[in-house]
Design a protein around this ligand. Sequence first.
Ligand code: ATP
Ligand code: MG
Length: 252
Amino acid sequence: MSFLSLENVTISFGGIRAVKNVSLDIKEGEIFALVGPNGAGKSTIFNLISRLYKQNEGNIFFDGKSLNQLKPFDMPDIGIARTFQNIELFGNATVLQNLLVGTNVRKSSNFLSEILFTRSVRKEEVTSRVMVEEVMDFLDLQQYREKYIMGLSYGTRKIVELGRALALKPKVLLLDEPASGLSAEETEDLAFWIEDIKKIMGITVLMVEHNLNLVNKVADRVAALVDGEIISVGNPKSVQSDPKVIEAYIGV
Ligand SMILES: Nc1ncnc2c1ncn2[C@@H]1O[C@H](COP(=O)(O)OP(=O)(O)OP(=O)(O)O)[C@@H](O)[C@H]1O
Ligand SMILES: [Mg+2]
């Protein structure tokens, strides 16, 4: 059974179809990359999966369930976490606070048990803290834990955003252009982290990325999107040598 799938999904904005009849099947445990020129509809697909947008037609399934009726705030609980093309963090808060805020949305306890501070709530609090520490160790962020976001370099902020998503312990991680604005060295670190997120943490990764070196290095499969339509799917080499893809890239 497929893990994350889009079935004939279409969305229009003011009469313009940004995503046209897209079907995608992401397997559990793989790193899947979406590539394509600017305005192809890549971020729109992320916004559809994370329910910021609702499709006009088609269905989206995750882990055997339809996402059609869910809202963005349901995502952490069902196991979907994401980063944004433009970093979304609290600038006036520290790295540690930003990572903890992420885990707060995941609490399954209700209001009453929060007030009574029952054992289950306490246990969740401890689990969140432990996860946040693990993520900071993993991404080499301990040195910044008490630093405010607005004082950090762009590259470090991007890694913090990745950490915020990872601290939710998702089953699938959506990364929208994780390497944009990173230095060559930061991109190299990112490649290792993405591979370990799959291998060590067992998280499925769906990423949008313009850096084809990174895509070639980490992705198991790639889909090329042009003008809202998928024109090629397969391993990174076969997609990049697909005449349809070459023509689309030269054409733009
Ligand atoms: N909320 C919206 N309202 C109107 N148009 C939108 C909206 N969101 C996306 N679009 C349009 O849909 C198309 C696809 O945009 P999208 O952001 O998905 O592209 P992209 O592939 O992520 O591009 P980039 O590589 O530049 O990030 C564009 O024409 C964009 O203007
Ligand atoms: Mg985009």
